[in-house]
Design a protein around this ligand. Structure first.
Ligand SMILES: NC(=O)c1ccc[n+]([C@@H]2O[C@H](COP(=O)([O-])OP(=O)(O)OC[C@H]3O[C@@H](n4cnc5c(N)ncnc54)[C@H](O)[C@@H]3O)[C@@H](O)[C@H]2O)c1
Length: 263
């Protein structure tokens, strides 16, 4: 049997992924590295990150980890500086770190609002702010923002997650237009239900988590949730030069859910 062709679409690229310690971010880190990128990630969960680093080191090139909370400009600036020192620059930024929210708009506090928007929207801008000069210095590059199916459709009880994710798609469009002349592409990848801690957390809030999960899986056109690797595969393509004429795009990886009417 012929060996499967090994694709190295990101050979030579220097990649920074936020929130890479677990879930979709971790799958993106692994995929970028597998496609030849020199890969760094940041996360505010140092324990999960250490576990990820040691698992990845066992199977190839080590990845670079920097602890950071992306809601702090000081920390973002430090991480970007550190990655520049270690990798010599950055060609690809993946803004992946994010959290769910389950607030009532009338009951939540200003602090609650700021807390969600700080991670799901402001953090991505802060990373862009500090990485853009490096992409310009490199003669171009690619930014991939991990938004969500909630940028277009949402469900009750998750305020203001959809606000932040729609905002992230708006940020994607604005930056794509502003940075096109610098040969910098900016796109959003919008996952649907993907099997990670965020989804487990969502079901844990239901009175019968197992029944709720079975019900929602059965409503998916493909009758299942995505695995993080299925999202990471699309992110790697969008980040790579194979997607060289793609910018300002919203790419849905939702198993067809966005096409469906309630029946
Ligand atoms: N899982 C899904 O079904 C789904 C669907 C659509 C979009 N998304 C989006 O995908 C992205 C990844 O989600 P996931 O499901 O892998 O979640 P996850 O909780 O498994 O991973 C998120 C990672 O981000 C890190 N993080 C959170 N806040 C941070 C901060 N302030 N600074 C630095 N790191 C921080 C966490 O420690 C964690 O490692 C998120 O932006 C999420 O909104 C997920």
């Amino acid at each position: 049997m012929m060996a499967a062709e090994v694709r190295m679409r990101l050979a030579g690229k220097r990649v920074l992924v936020t929130g890479g310690a677990q879930g979709i971010g971790r799958a993106i880190v692994a995929k970028m590295r597998a496609e030849g990128a020199r890969t760094a990630f940041c996360d505010n969960d140092a324990a999960a990150a250490a576990h990820t680093c040691s698992e990845l080191a066992a199977s190839g090139e080590p990845v670079l980890f920097e602890a950071a909370d992306i809601t702090s400009e000081t920390e973002v600036e430090r991480v970007v500086g550190r990655v520049r020192e270690r990798l010599g620059g950055i060609d690809v930024l993946v803004n992946n770190a994010g959290i769910n929210s389950y607030f009532d708009a009338a009951a939540m506090t200003e602090q609650d609002w700021d807390g969600v928007l700080a991670v799901d929207l402001k953090g991505a801008w802060l990373c862009c702010k500090h990485v853009l000069p490096l992409l310009r210095a490199a003669g171009g590059g690619s930014i991939v923002n991990i938004a969500s199916i909630h940028a277009r459709q949402t469900c009750p009880g998750m305020f203001p997650y959809a606000v932040a994710k729609s905002g992230l798609v708006g940020l994607t469009r604005s930056l794509a237009l502003d940075c096109g002349r610098d040969n910098i592409r900016v796109n959003a990848v919008c996952p649907g239900w993907t099997r990670t801690r965020l989804v487990t957390e969502f079901f844990a809030q239901e009175p019968d988590p197992v029944a709720a999960e079975r019900l929602i899986a059965g409503q998916q056109p493909l009758q299942r949730f995505a695995e993080p690797e299925e999202v990471a595969n699309v992110v790697a393509f969008v980040a790579s030069d194979e997607a060289s004429f793609m910018t300002a795009a919203e790419v849905y990886v939702d198993g067809g859910l966005g096409a469906m009417l309630a029946t």
